[in-house]
Design a protein around this ligand. Structure first.
Ligand SMILES: NC(=O)c1ccc[n+]([C@@H]2O[C@H](COP(=O)([O-])OP(=O)(O)OC[C@H]3O[C@@H](n4cnc5c(N)ncnc54)[C@H](O)[C@@H]3O)[C@@H](O)[C@H]2O)c1
Length: 373
């Protein structure tokens, strides 16, 4: 059984699907060979020699793409999908709920494709949950970038020339990324407030040293599977008003609010941005799904009245080494369900994780949600 790791080609993608430690661990099974494209790990701090030392073979792109199982990070391009065939397994991000064309192209290639976004959020699947591992990296990166862009001391600084007060930080949305952002701002010494419409998150914000913003005029919005339900228009308007008052007091706002498969909720209006002090920073982690701030433009920084509104794409890639390490471990754990001890591929649809994550097989879009049914 040959596992291929091609070099990522998406613009700005610095992560790699396998790191040398995980190659070494996979190679403990004598039936498994790992074929890494030359240079695949360079941007994540893993030179070719470290893969060779871990037991991988260094190969050209076509050889890596021709392996029995291809492991990838970014959604593959149509050229890349064109290299796949029905004898192969492909595992990576596929954006299966939004990229209908990718789903169709994968089905047409015949490949058996698994989407890391479709791994269920169950206890058994936690060790394979790349949405969580990459969200943690993104939340951490978001706060470091916001800190850098603000040009402020986060912690209080007492010097002979006087005392500079700590920065005031607000984090909106306290899922995996938001809680990591709260923890990071707190470690840097800021005064941190966090907000979520799920009440369970308030306790989690407090446990990290943040102050939960308890907007208790909104009923608990925890819905199916622990995810937030969308608010009504009226509730949304009430939340935006309350946040506008709070935002004006903050130096930095990091927004991460999301509801799976829907556009990001609008939380910070253009007027709320204009009420903030010049020099303040908003970093919108939801930029790619429409943004939590009305002025966000994905991939750009907009300046309004001296307030920077930053809309980064692919923040996990800003932390390429640890994000790749966690992602590779997620993949290794998933491979444990798909590859037998004898090194044979086994796709068992009786397994709920395998069934949920498989998007295409045998020329069809297997996953009903991805097929739009
Ligand atoms: N394996 C597991 O069991 C597992 C793993 C990760 C997350 N989860 C659960 O999934 C849920 C969401 O986690 P996630 O990190 O994927 O979140 P996410 O990225 O989907 O969303 C981020 C956060 O935004 C919040 N949000 C949505 N609309 C909002 C609004 N209008 N205002 C403010 N906040 C808003 C959500 O409640 C969520 O906390 C949590 O209950 C979490 O415990 C479970």
């Amino acid at each position: 059984m040959r596992i291929g790791v091609p070099k990522e080609t998406a613009v700005g993608e610095r992560r790699v699907a396998l790191v040398p430690d995980v190659v070494k661990s996979l190679r403990k099974n004598e039936h498994i060979e790992v074929l890494v494209e030359r240079g695949a790990g360079d941007a994540a701090g893993h030179p070719d020699a470290s893969y060779e030392a871990a037991g991988a073979d260094l190969v050209d792109a076509d050889v890596a793409w021709g392996a029995d199982v291809v492991l990838h990070v970014a959604v593959p391009s149509s050229d890349e999908i064109g290299k796949l065939n029905s004898n192969q397994l492909f595992i990576g991000h596929l954006a299966p709920w939004t990229a209908a064309e990718t789903n169709r192209a994968l089905a047409a290639s015949g490949v058996t494709a698994f989407a890391m976004e479709a791994i269920p959020r169950t206890t058994r699947a936690q060790a394979m949950d790349a949405l969580s591992s990459q969200a943690a990296a993104a939340g951490y990166a978001a706060m470091l970038i916001a800190a850098r862009e603000s040009g402020r001391f986060f912690g209080m600084m007492t010097t002979a020339a006087g005392t500079v007060p700590p920065a005031k930080v607000l984090v909106l949305g306290a899922g995996v990324a938001g809680l990591q952002a709260v923890a990071t701002a707190k470690r840097l010494g800021a005064i941190v407030t966090g907000f979520d419409i799920r009440r369970a998150a308030w306790e989690q914000i407090a446990s990290l040293g943040g102050r939960p913003l308890e907007l208790d005029f909104i009923p608990d919005a925890e819905g199916e599977g622990g995810y937030a339900r969308p608010l009504t228009d009226e509730e949304n308007a009430q939340v935006r008003d309350a946040l506008a008052q709070n935002a004006a007091k903050q130096d930095i706002i990091v927004t991460t609010a999301a509801i799976p498969g829907r556009p990001a909720p609008l939380l910070i209006t253009a007027d709320a941005v204009r009420a903030m002090a010049p020099g303040s920073v908003i970093l919108d982690l939801a930029a790619e799904t429409g943004g939590n701030c009305e002025l966000t433009v994905a991939g750009e920084t907009v300046v309004e009245g001296g307030v920077k509104v930053i809309g980064p794409r692919n923040l996990a890639s800003e932390m390429p080494a640890p994000a790749s390490q966690l992602y590779a471990k997620n993949l290794e754990n998933l491979l444990g369900l798909l590859v037998s001890e004898e090194g044979a591929v086994k796709v068992d649809f009786e397994d709920d994780i395998v069934a949920a994550a498989c998007i295409t097989q045998g020329g069809e879009i297997k996953n009903e949600r991805a097929a739009g049914k």
